[in-house]
Design a protein around this ligand. Structure first.
Ligand code: IMP
Length: 430
């Protein structure tokens, strides 16, 4: 029995979907613990591409329990659409394989409207959110005025909460942002309809996991976004509104920290970021363009072009510590094939001062210059490698250097989008 957490070590989009899809084979239960439909995991099975935003990608494996924890914010319309889309493509979604926490918070129409209105008002200084209402929904959770999944199931409780909320939200929308107000009756009816559709899946996730763990089942905790988008530990304020780090696997599902055995950090062989915020190793040249094109670096949720740059071991080193990583899963190594030279950022230089950890002041970080080590690239196509030894010597040296710099071993290497294009050095479930 083993419980494994997978998180991102960068700014999201590290290829967690592929790593989770691979590990799912060895788990009986797969759980999402934070975020919402700002995430998007792309998985390729039998040359068919699936993108899931809320439901754990384990759903593609058939007889796995897929769980949405209390730490998430759920847009019920998106969830229902996802269930329908999966079914229409022959994936069975039923009450034996999908479970939704009664304590998760619900994304309401005013959350999405506020998200857009705020971003619009910020203009060039906007965060570049996904516009899904994630931040405003988590705000209400913290303000103790949020609507939880369980509240939707009680018509009176829901009406009372919605009424109170609309007084406040419509004031902001109309008076502060000159936007249309949200209509009480329409919203109430719409969401009661959603409640009926999702009612069969709603459960106490903490109890479900406790039982599964006691029975000796393997549980896989599926992180979303990345460590440096974490509300506490990320590049604040250019972050998402949830805790994206491994500790949230406990809080966002209702299990104790001693139940976690292994924490795998997913790390792209280079770095990408969508939305605003500092990015010391960003490449605004033809190498950045090449990586972007070759890696097909477009956001799975918004389709935005991702900013690309060299790997930043200052960032990944911090992720190793903050998450207590036991291993690294390096993804998209194949994208770097064909480059003459490859750079690794080993430290930052700020006005002559060296940093090997990310400074907390935005102004300082924005003006940090990466200190690089240059390594030889490799020209071979590496997608057929199935063993570490099959990789070109330069690729092996690149991975070894990353291990040295961040202080944790590489346990899995992904060299293509298909399930087979994976080199496993150590399976955390075995
Ligand atoms: P929000 O989560 O929509 O509020 O967006 C806040 C920031 O996090 C923006 O820069 C987004 O682009 C970024 N973000 C949110 N979710 C993801 C994700 O799954 N991958 C990458 N970036 C994300």
């Amino acid at each position: 029995m083993s419980n494994v957490v997978v998180v991102g070590t960068q700014w999201g989009d590290e290829g967690k979907g592929k790593v989770i899809d691979f590990l799912t084979e060895f788990a009986q239960v797969i759980v999402r613990f934070q975020g919402g439909n700002n995430a998007g995991h792309t998985i390729v099975v039998n040359n068919e591409k699936f993108i899931v935003h809320l439901i754990p990608s384990g759903i593609l494996h058939g007889n796995k329990k897929c769980v949405i924890g209390n730490g998430l914010v759920i847009d019920p319309a998106v969830l229902i659409q996802e269930i329908r889309d999966l079914r229409s493509r022959g994936i069975d979604v039923n009450t034996n394989n999908l479970f939704i926490s009664e304590k998760a918070h619900v994304i309401m129409p005013y959350h999405k409207r506020m998200d857009h209105a705020r971003e619009k008002a910020k203009g060039a200084k906007c965060l570049g959110t996904t516009g899904r209402g994630i931040g405003p929904c988590y705000e209400d959770k913290a303000a103790r005025t949020g609507i939880r999944i369980i509240d939707l199931l009680d018509k009176d409780v829901f009406l009372e909460k919605l009424k109170a909320k609309l007084v406040e939200q419509n004031f902001y929308l109309e008076k502060l942002f000159q936007e249309e107000p949200v209509d009480l009756k329409t919203t109430y009816r719409e969401y009661l309809g959603y409640a009926e559709e999702i009612r069969p899946y709603i459960t106490n996730v903490s109890l479900l996991l406790d039982r599964a763990i006691k029975e000796g089942q393997n549980v896989l905790f599926e992180g979303a976004q990345g460590t440096h988008l974490d509300i506490d530990h990320g590049t604040y304020p250019f972050v998402t509104s949830s805790n994206t780090v491994a500790a949230e696997a406990c809080i966002g599902t209702g299990i104790g920290p001693l139940k976690l055995d292994t924490v795998i950090g997913t790390c792209k062989a280079y770095t990408t970021r969508v939305g605003g915020g500092p990015f010391p190793t960003e490449l605004k040249d033809e190498v950045g363009d090449l990586i972007q094109k070759k890696g097909a670096e477009f956001g799975a949720t918004t389709g935005r072009r991702r900013r690309c740059g060299w790997i930043d071991t200052v960032q990944v080193r911090d992720s190793v510590r903050i998450n207590g990583l036991t291993g690294l899963a390096i993804t998209k190594l194949d994208v770097l094939s064909g480059l003459d030279k490859i750079k690794i950022c080993v430290a930052y230089d700020y006005q002559g001062e060296r940093f090997i950890h990310i400074p907390p002041q935005l102004k300082v970080l924005e003006n940090c210059k990466p200190v690089y080590e240059e390594l030889e690239g490799w020209q071979d196509n590496i997608m057929d490698a199935r063993d570490f030894q099959d990789l070109p010597a330069q690729a092996q040296a690149y991975l070894k250097r990353i291990e040295e710099l961040v202080g944790v071993s590489v346990t899995l290497i992904s060299i293509g989008s298909r399930r087979e294009t994976t080199i496993v050095l150590q399976n955390p479930f075995k």
